[in-house]
Design a binder for this molecule. Structure first.
Ligand SMILES: Nc1ncnc2c1ncn2[C@@H]1O[C@H](COP(=O)(O)OP(=O)(O)OP(=O)(O)O)[C@@H](O)[C@H]1O
Ligand SMILES: [Mg+2]
Length: 291
């Protein structure tokens, strides 16, 4: 089982426009996609599309929270949700000029008090088994301190096959202090963190692919296939989903990372956020280069 944790879930709405987004004008979307989102839920949807059993863990409130949970369950994802006051947030992505211009507007999300985080962690610890993997992704809702990342990594890493972290800033530094099995930030997030490689780090670099630091002093490059870009939002989540799916089916790191690059490229070709067609991903795998 793969558990994907989303501290700050959202309902993600993607509006695709014909031309470019013009502030101050009225436009009609050519297509609209609604997804159960937040970084961890994107990972959950990708892993599920690839065929694994997934548990999505997060805080939910109000009617939007119900919608997000129902959307996950409809895809066969098990939801482990802790109720919170307020309404789960909505995040808006506007895709203009055939994917060349992407505008995102995000809500902060309802506040979550630290005791609610402790309760959810205890509930997850009751459910995980030593054969499971855990991903922790995204931002924190208001009122949760970055130390939550260290607490969750420290509690879950020894009780599972491993915890993976995809976050930024103080959250990334806090998670790093607790030695997760690997971290998967993007290039900007990694550079801004000021961290140096101590454990395994995979830095994703958009159309450039990714750089893998398996341990201090070793650097490997992953070159992606050339694909038609429709929406790059959620490519990092697709990457993490592909990676943990590969590891879960028994692949070594090299093979799992090549697969992750193919899955992320498949996600980029689709207009929805982190929508992966496994057939497309498989067709791209031979074009991925690991140096
Ligand atoms: N244009 C592209 N062509 C091929 N592969 C891409 C492209 N853009 C991204 N990818 C793949 O997706 C991976 C993750 O992309 P990126 O580094 O942009 O993630 P990110 O910034 O974390 O995205 P998000 O947080 O929105 O999920 C890259 O390592 C790469 O393998
Ligand atoms: Mg990311």
């Amino acid at each position: 089982m793969i558990w994907t944790v989303t501290f700050n879930p959202s309902r993600d709405m993607t509006f695709v426009l014909d031309g470019r987004l013009e502030p101050g004008t009225i436009d009609v979307a050519t297509s609209v996609y609604a997804r159960s989102g937040g970084k961890g839920n994107n990972v959950a949807r990708v892993v599920r599309a690839l065929g694994d059993s997934v548990g999505a863990v997060g805080f939910y409130g109000g009617a939007i929270g119900d919608l997000v949970c129902r959307g996950l369950e409809e895809q066969g994802i098990v939801v482990l949700g802790e109720p919170v006051n307020g309404e789960t947030r909505t995040c808006l992505t506007m895709v203009g000029r055939g994917g060349a211009e992407i505008t995102e507007i995000r809500e902060k999300g309802p506040p979550v008090r630290p005791p609610a985080a402790d309760r959810l962690l205890r509930r997850l610890l009751e459910r995980v088994t030593p054969g499971d993997w855990v991903t922790l992704s995204g931002s924190l809702p208001p009122e949760l301190p970055p130390s939550v990342w260290a607490d969750w990594v420290r509690a879950l890493n020894p009780r599972t096959r491993g915890v993976f972290v995809d976050t930024s800033g103080d959250n990334l530094r806090a998670a790093n202090s607790a030695n997760p099995l690997a971290m998967v930030p993007n290039r900007d997030e990694w550079n801004a963190s000021g961290l140096s490689v101590t454990g395994s780090v995979i830095v994703t670099e958009g159309a450039e692919g990714a750089t893998w630091y398996p341990k201090p002093g070793v650097v490997r490059r992953l070159r992606p296939p050339r694909v038609a870009v429709n929406n790059t939002v959620g490519a990092g989540d697709a990457f993490l989903g592909g990676m943990v799916h590969g590891l879960n089916r028994g692949e070594g790191w090299e093979q799992a990372l090549v697969w992750a690059v193919a899955v992320a490229a498949a996600s980029v070709t689709s207009p929805g956020v982190a929508d992966v067609d496994p057939v497309v991903a498989r067709s791209l795998i031979s074009q991925v280069v690991l140096e």
